[in-house]
Design a protein around this ligand. Structure first.
Ligand code: 5GP
Ligand code: ZN
Length: 147
């Protein structure tokens, strides 16, 4: 299903031309117009999902294997020595286009690495408490009985 006014729906379904590196019945992989490095790719599902939480599981299950294949081709084809797989969900996580997509960013020797976070400090008890909250939320999602 496509959504009106979604730029990635139009690109994924070929209504707007793009530098395409791969296409199958579920996906189109294009080059990002504002690349973090040479060859920065975007995996676009042809179906519109806002983000990973909305995605069909069958489509979602194909994303990682495809990202691996694209990344491998960046290494053999472009001479990248590594790559990052990045996927943003929600504006607070940096998502700017609200059609699910996966970034595959080739990295080169001597080039910049992915912007990383500054590790915080959390004691074991706090980690346990946080883990419990997420575990409970998962049970609720799955409709499990919580005891
Ligand atoms: P996000 O921040 O949502 O994870 O990533 C959106 C990405 O899509 C950005 O890196 C941006 O450069 C790229 N982008 C946005 N619009 C277009 C477009 O029309 N064509 C292409 N090729 N890339 C786009
Ligand atoms: Zn869309």
């Amino acid at each position: 299903m496509k959504e009106d006014n979604c730029i990635f729906c139009k690109i994924a379904n070929g209504e707007i031309p793009s530098a395409t590196v791969y296409e199958d019945e579920d996906f189109r992989v294009i080059l990002d117009m504002g690349p973090a490095s040479k060859g920065h790719g975007l995996i676009l599902p042809k179906h519109h999902f806002k983000d990973l939480c909305e995605a069909d599981e069958k489509v979602a299950a194909k994303l990682f294997p495809l990202a691996g294949k694209i990344g491998h081709a960046m290494k053999t084809g472009l001479g990248a020595s590594g790559f990052n797989v990045v996927q943003n969900n929600g504006a607070s996580a940096g998502q700017t286009v609200f059609h699910l997509h996966v970034h595959v960013i080739p990295r080169y020797e001597g080039g910049p690495v992915m912007v990383s976070w500054t590790p915080g400090k959390e004691d074991g008890k706090e980690l346990e408490r946080t883990a419990e909250i997420i575990k409970d939320a998962l049970h609720m999602q799955n409709g499990d009985d919580i005891t």
